[in-house]
Design a protein around this ligand. Structure first.
Ligand code: ZN
Length: 395
């Protein structure tokens, strides 16, 4: 394990009995399946190179430990599975047939404990172990077919096309349309069993889907991905609630709340910024404040909360923005982005003399600023060059 505190990883793994005997491996057995694995490996390599995959070794180790716990409890080889984080604020997780799982930062940022995370990962692992991609291969729509179906059913808010463009046929099927209702139900049922074998609180499985549905409804959000569509979430919630109702003997289980909060804290900061940049200011506000409570000495989170209030327009609070940006600079006068934000805020408020030193300081601190020309244009209006002195009278 890389940087993840070993004690935390042990805590994730400890309560789980390892499956007896030799672990069952995930392998492509037929020529058809081998061909499928080869095609998905190409799709996956393109996604991994795209810049959408987040490099956060400690966080990846934590996710990997949860997957390993679910795998070993069911006699599966833990090395067959790997988890990557996708830098995207939408709600989604998906699996490739070779055991590679992806989870969006947007989904992780809305979860409250490890049992909820386990319910989603266990569902995704089942798509791989039960060969759902192979079983669906012949009935799979083309990528264009899938995208036409979603664009007809729901206008999608925000521009998520760069990520969808990257996904190939199998990625789009796994991430956007999902599989048939029967296979999705199987993924819920087997996933639920795996979660239960590990001693997780299965009561949290329907809860996570209720949280996601409430989030989508509250903000009237439409998203293109599988876990971002209300009917798909309602199916998961119903399946998990049914399984729990039939499980008379089982009470409670482990939630892993604190461990989850500690391990995934940085996701709130990273995803909060993504929400802000996608114009989802309410979600950004919520996640960034949750991060700030956990890490009150962070200058970056103060800047981000202030910046979010600044760029939110009519939904924002400029007075709050100003206060937070000033606080960020009081903590660290060399934090360039806060000078930029405060300078622009003051400029737009007509306080040109107050704006100028912040804009100037930003340009001094960030020599390679991508928007240098834009800031210089603002600065020129704040510090107009004095008119040239009249020529001296000829003597
Ligand atoms: Zn699924």
């Amino acid at each position: 394990m890389r940087g993840f505190p070993a004690a935390l990883v042990l805590l994730v793994l400890a309560p789980c009995a390892h499956g007896a005997g030799t672990a069952q491996s995930l392998v492509a057995t037929t020529a058809e399946e081998q061909g499928l694995w080869q095609r998905v490996a190409e799709e996956q390599a393109a996604l991994d190179r795209s810049g959408f995959v987040l490099e956060e070794p400690e966080l990846e180790d934590y996710l990997q430990a949860v997957v390993a716990r679910l795998a070993t409890a069911d006699g599966l080889a833990e090395d067959d599975f790997s988890v990557k984080l996708v830098r995207d604020p939408t709600l989604n997780a998906f699996a490739y047939p070779n055991g590679r799982l992806y989870i969006h930062t947007g989904l992780l940022a809305r979860m409250l404990n490890e049992a909820q995370l386990a319910s989603v990962l266990a569902h995704e692992m089942t798509h791989a172990t039960h060969k759902h991609a192979l079983k669906s291969q012949r009935s799979l729509k083309t990528k264009t077919g899938i995208l036409q179906a979603i664009s007809l059913s729901a206008p999608v808010a925000g521009d998520f096309s760069p990520l969808i463009d990257l996904l190939g046929v199998y990625g789009t099927a796994a991430a956007v349309s999902g599989y048939s209702k029967g296979l999705e139900t199987e993924a819920d049922e087997v996933g639920w069993q795996r979660m239960r074998k590990c001693g997780y609180d299965t009561g949290e499985a329907p809860v996570v889907f209720r949280v996601l549905m409430a989030d989508l409804s509250e903000h009237a959000r439409k998203e293109p991905f599988f876990f971002g569509t209300h009917p798909k979430l309602a199916d998961r919630e119903k399946n998990f609630a049914r399984l729990n109702a039939a499980d008379k003997k089982h009470t409670g289980g482990e939630k892993g709340e604190e461990r989850f909060a500690q391990a995934t804290r940085r996701v709130l900061l990273i995803n909060g910024e993504l929400e802000m940049r996608a114009g989802r200011h309410d979600a950004a506000r919520d996640q960034l404040w949750r991060y700030r409570v956990a890490d009150p000495s962070s200058v970056r989170v103060r800047w981000l909360i202030g910046e979010n209030e600044r760029v939110a327009g009519a939904q924002g609070d400029p007075a709050e923005a100003r206060k937070l940006l000033e606080e960020a600079l009081a903590m660290d006068e060399t934090f360039a982005p806060a000078h930029r934000s405060l300078g622009i805020l003051l400029y737009r408020a007509g306080e040109l003399a107050a704006a100028a030193p912040h804009l100037r300081r930003f340009l001094d601190l960030d020599r390679t600023a991508h928007d240098r020309a834009y800031i210089e244009a603002y600065l020129e209006k704040c510090e107009p060059t004095p008119p040239p002195a009249p020529p001296a009278p000829a003597s």
